[in-house]
Design a protein around this ligand. Sequence first.
Ligand SMILES: [Zn+2]
Length: 317
Amino acid sequence: MSNAFDAPHFQSQEGAREWLEKTRWPEGPVCSHCGAFNHAYKTKKPGWYRCAEPECRKDFTVTTGTVMERSHIALNKWLMAFYLMSSSKKGVSAHQLHRALGLDYKSAWFMCHRIREAMRPDDDPGTDPLGGRGKIVEADETYFGEVEESRKRTKTRYGLPYTKGGKSGPSNKRAVVSLVERGGRVRSFHPATADGETVTGIVLDNIRRESRLHTDESRLYMFPGSEFKAHETVTHSHGEYVRGDVHTNSVEGYFSIFKRGMKGTYQHCKEKHLHRYLAEFDFRYNNRVALGIGDIERTINAVKGVDGKRLMYRQPY
Ligand SMILES: [Zn+2]
């Protein structure tokens, strides 16, 4: 039986660099400083190029300006980690990478977050919304894990808890709002509170108005719902889950993958990192087998996301 890790790019630093160059630069090196395409020459230092643009002349490698820049972890281990995180449905924890790749735990932990960052879409909110003419977008919210102590609500502390299905809601749980285009992509959010104003903003910014919006009976969607071609609901509190083609099964399916993964793999996720984990689960869902994307292509898509994201890691975690 052939092993995925037999591929040359998992074997050595050199093999990994060659593969990365072919994947990121299929038609020649791109200067990470000025963007010049295929106008650089190799230097004596392996993997290093010098930009031939007279105003630039800077040196770069295939990892300059990426999440892998200046990492002391060998590139083939990076690619193994990309592969493991891209190919396992529930994700891979820093502990698993620490053991599987022989890295110290802290390095493995940073590596996981950097790979998540590569998986995060780099489009600005509001660009390339979901849905469109003849399409259905399902929206729903769920709650996962406790909010940080300082944000906990009490009777004397701000406001009423938000509600789910008309009942008093899980006010001290972390809210997640997800939008799923049926048969297509997901986009997830972790707002500080899933109140009417926040949810309205998320829904209106991220779904095309020509879409049909499917939700449960929650009041959160009533106001933004009127903006769409149709807003159709199923009444979960009355045991109604499907009516014709109206349902929220896709978004609920997404939540169940997310929750199983979080419980099984990432039990101790801090709230400030939750949006990163959502980006990871969104990425795998948006590159899933049902959309014709296998493990290798999914890994390549994750690796291609490394462009221009290095600055993000200067923030303290
Ligand atoms: Zn340049």
